[in-house]
Design a protein around this ligand. Structure first.
Ligand code: 44T
Length: 853
């Protein structure tokens, strides 16, 4: 019991409260009773209000009522969610967390709502908190692993593991501080490393700012662990919001920053530095020969940058940004209209478009071919505010590049040299042994263009809205200029990689005639992975074959049944063989599968695509492929007339086939896949099937230093003498995603093995733990087990997520402890599947034994 004398200020209130006790107790108990009654009646909203009242008035009931309160909260917010009352939903969670601030279940659940609403950072913060409260809480752990990548991006590990880069930054900072820059601001401090370098070099005052909440909190922990929390002032804010003297007492003599992305300007460095020069930095040094005290002038590390570009051919880039096929799964896609990836250097800036994507050229599957020599696209001086400010008003610069090799123009690749000072620089080039990716500006004109050695490529470089934009505009060939942006019109004569048959081209021309002008100008945007999926003929052909097989089996079955029932009873049967087969495609994102089904004849297919533009594309394709309009419907458009959908008169079960999308592009099994499969199975007609019927997970033991470097700060040595690793390594996740196994630098230490099987047609047949014995084929250190899937549509037809044209990437479990093996050793891989998350641990086991499941 609290001691009243120890809290004199509250003494009176406590006494007053005590006097009120009887009435309050009555209110509490009647409210508690009402809460329970409402809960029983499933009136969750009212129950929730009663619980709030009870627990606010009588916190001692918290333990007793916790479970029911949580249940009420979850039920009520589920209802709010279903009617779109999102603000109310979050208000309820806020109220719940005021009562139970350390309740990991509530935190985790709120995180899930936030995640579904698209607030990824906030969601991640909630999962992280839940996990800190209860490290063995599997739901929160799985959720945390799924979002940790957003919270602390993986490149932090790479950068901290890049000793060359760390040392160069440290030396440049040391030199600057020793030459007199003794007040320092680190913009975008991340883990605090550059700020700590400045302090260690002897700077009198060091300030740092960081806009990400998680990174800010992490930096605070790191500073404290390095006993610099008293000497470095760190602010949780964007540098653009900082003011003198509110946030820092006076202007500084040095700004250090590494707020640069693969495209140099993507983290807003231009804006940050313009602002810093106007508000946070001392004036720059004037003339070269004028001597000024360093502590009275300002400067920036890095001092500037040079940006390089190069035209490349890469099939991998092409198939993610352009449609390269004219036919998929038996459908001509000529009528689709223009489909664009969201990465485009279109001159009109558009929020939904990204000007570039990133790739590590050296790791592109299938490699790349340089078509020009590298050229200098831009030079920028970070110590010259006029230069920075003039960037967006710089005229568009045209560069003429001699073509050095024949090849399809797929993209311009961009990298840069960061000049830390006059002596030292870092390069993010494709040949360097660094952690950097290159920026990729894909060519977006619909068809590819083959550059020839005597051609000249004309590239335009501009810098609007603080993004560098590069665009291949034309080719000079034999004194003639061929505009690349008008290539669509020229495709007949200038389309060297078109593999359309004359018939398909005719269809395409007809389809264009059918659609009106406005529509052809219009385009539909697809994700890069959706583009790659559309280009994946093997995938669509497999579905088409499996569906055709299923339909013909169902037809036979139906005929047999009809015959049987004629003979046996003479009574009319409910089955009618002229009936349609119903197929549902619940793939995420853009999917042709429903149309492929509808084109099979006697099939009515439902697509679950929601976006209007994508529905339009599918309808156009239906028309272009002579699929009758009524054979293809959009499931979500029918939600209101559920009656019509669900109660088909002749059969009690609905669907002949349901297509599930089971693997995410990143290489993980979709969350709730098994639940969805169970549900789908209940909706199948007799003999119907879900696609896929089964998924096999395959994997291989490898030694890969790269995967370790991307997963955690490695080694026992402190980073530049600072203690950082244990803090950032809290954000290590055991499963690495978006991996390209074909180009991963690694040594294979075993053959590939089947790790796990998921039977979607019979969920009861599944297990959650499995031991797999694998023999090492080489000696080495097992650091990871990359894995992928063989997706069985039926018993025979399968697609592999490892195949060359796959739109899927692979994932890998990075072992907590690498395991040394010698050739011939038997290793036991303990594979676990919790919900849809895979975990693996490896153990030496020198006696080969039968697999225990
Ligand atoms: N990319 C590297 C980014 N920030 C490098 O919140 C290299 C990418 C990369 N804070 C592959 C490999 C690599 N005021 O924590 C972030 C960010 C913060 C700011 C305050 C501001 N104006 C900003 C702007 C950004 O700065 C930190 C670093 S930014 C990016 C660093 C391994 N792909």
């Amino acid at each position: 019991m609290p001691n009243a004398s120890a809290r004199p200020k509250h003494g009176r209130r406590t006494r007053r409260r005590r006097r009120e006790d009887p009435a309050r107790n009555e209110l509490v108990s009647s409210s508690l009773e009402s809460a329970q009654q409402c809960l029983f009646n499933q009136d969750y909203g009212t129950a929730f209000v009663h619980y709030l009242l009870v627990l606010n008035l009588a916190p001692m009931f918290k333990d007793f009522a916790r479970e029911s309160f949580r249940f009420t909260l979850f039920k009520w917010t589920e209802e709010l969610d279903s009617v779109g009352r999102i603000q109310d939903l979050f208000d309820c969670y806020e109220q719940a967390l005021e009562l139970f601030p350390a309740d990991e279940v509530i935190l985790n659940s709120m995180g899930e709502h936030l995640f579904r609403m698209g607030f990824r950072d906030e969601a991640a913060g909630h999962f992280h908190k839940a996990l800190k409260l209860r490290p063995d809480y599997p739901e929160a752990r799985e959720n945390f692993y799924r979002v940790a990548n957003w919270l602390v991006e993986r490149w932090h590990f790479l950068m901290l593991n890049d000793h060359g880069r760390n040392r160069k930054y440290q030396q440049a900072i040391q030199k600057a501080v020793q030459s007199g820059c003794n007040t320092v601001l680190d913009i975008g401090t991340g883990t605090g490393i550059l700020g700590m370098c400045a302090k260690k070099a002897g700077a009198a005052e060091v300030y740092a700012c960081e806009l990400s909440k998680t990174m800010y909190e992490l930096a605070c922990e790191v500073l404290a662990a390095n006993k610099m929390d008293g000497s470095i002032k760190i602010l949780h804010m964007k540098s653009l919001e900082m003011e003198v003297p509110k946030d820092i007492p006076h202007r500084v003599s040095l700004v250090v920053t590494e707020t640069v992305d693969a495209g140099l300007f993507g983290e807003g460095i231009i804006e940050s530095l313009i602002h810093a020069w106007h508000h946070l930095l001392l004036p720059p040094q004037r003339g070269e020969n004028e001597f000024q005290e360093q502590s009275a002038t300002g400067r920036v590390i890095p001092a500037g940058a040079t940006v390089f570009g190069m035209a490349v051919e890469s099939l991998e880039i092409r198939r993610h940004h352009r449609i390269c096929v004219s036919e998929v799964g038996g459908l001509s896609i000529a009528a689709a209209g223009e489909l664009r990836s969201p990465v485009s250097c279109s001159p009109e800036p558009d929020d939904s478009m990204e000007p570039y994507t990133t790739e590590r050229l050296s790791r592109l599957p299938g490699g790349y071919k340089p078509l020009t020599k590298p050229f200098t696209a831009l030079n920028i001086d970070f110590n010259n505010v006029q230069d920075l400010e003039g960037l967006s008003s710089r005229e568009v610069q045209q560069i003429r590049l001699p073509v050095t090799q024949e090849g399809v123009l797929d993209a311009l690749a961009v990298w840069f040299q960061l000049h830390l000072d006059e002596e030292s620089s870092l390069s993010t080039g494709p040949q360097e042994d660094t952690c950097w990716e290159q920026a990729i500006y894909p060519v977006h004109s619909t068809r590819g263009f083959v550059l020839k050695p005597r051609d000249e490529l004309i590239v335009e470089v501009s810098c609007r809205d603080a993004f560098l934009r590069l665009c291949s505009v034309a080719v000079l060939r034999d004194g003639r200029e061929i505009r690349l942006d008008e290539l669509v019109d020229l495709q007949d004569s200038e389309n060297p990689i078109s593999n359309q048959t004359p018939e398909a081209e005719l269809c395409s021309a007809l389809a264009c005639l059918q659609t009106d002008q406005a529509q052809t100008k219009d385009f539909c945007m697809l994700e890069c992975s959706e583009m790659a999926l559309l280009n994946n003929q093997e995938y669509h052909q497999s579905f088409s074959n499996a569906l055709a097989k299923l339909i013909s089996q169902l037809k036979v079955k139906c005929q047999n049944k009809e015959r049987g029932s004629d003979v046996q009873s003479g009574l009319p049967d409910s089955t009618d063989c002229s009936d349609l087969f119903y197929v549902l495609d619940v793939s995420e994102g853009f999917s042709l599968l429903s149309l492929i089904a509808a084109s099979q004849g006697r099939v009515k297919a439902y697509s679950s695509m929601e976006k209007n533009k994508q529905q339009e594309v599918l309808k156009r394709l239906a028309r272009g492929n002579n699929v009758p309009e009524q054979r293809l419907e959009f499931w979500l458009n029918h939600m209101e007339d559920e009656q019509g959908m669900l109660k088909r008169p002749t059969r009690e079960k609905l669907w002949s086939a349901i297509m599930l999308d089971c693997v995410e592009t990143c290489g993980l099994i979709r969350q709730k896949l098994m639940e969805k499969a169970s549900l789908a199975r209940c909706l199948l007609e007799d003999g119907g099937s879900i696609f896929p019927a089964k998924i096999e997970v395959h994997g291989m033991m490898v030694e890969s230093e790269t995967l370790l470097l991307e997963s955690a700060v490695q080694g026992q040595e402190p980073t530049l003498g600072f203690n950082i690793a244990p803090f950032i390594n809290q954000f290590t996740v055991p499963v690495h995603v978006f991996l390209d196994f074909s180009t991963l630098e690694c040594r294979h230490l075993s053959e590939s093995v089947e790790l796990f099987v998921l039977d979607l047609m019979n969920t009861n047949a599944n297990y959650i733990n499995r031991d797999v014995k694998v023999q090492a084929t080489s000696s080495g250190r097992i650091t990871a087990v990359p894995f992928w899937y063989h997706i069985y549509l039926d018993q025979e037809i399968s697609v592999s997520t490892l195949s060359k044209n796959s739109h899927w990437k692979q994932a890998a479990v990075v072992l907590q402890q690498p395991l040394e093996v010698r050739v011939g050793d038997w290793v036991r891989l303990a594979v676990k599947l919790h919900k849809s998350a895979i975990s693996i641990s490896a153990h030496i086991e020198n006696t080969p034994g039968p697999m225990d499941q």
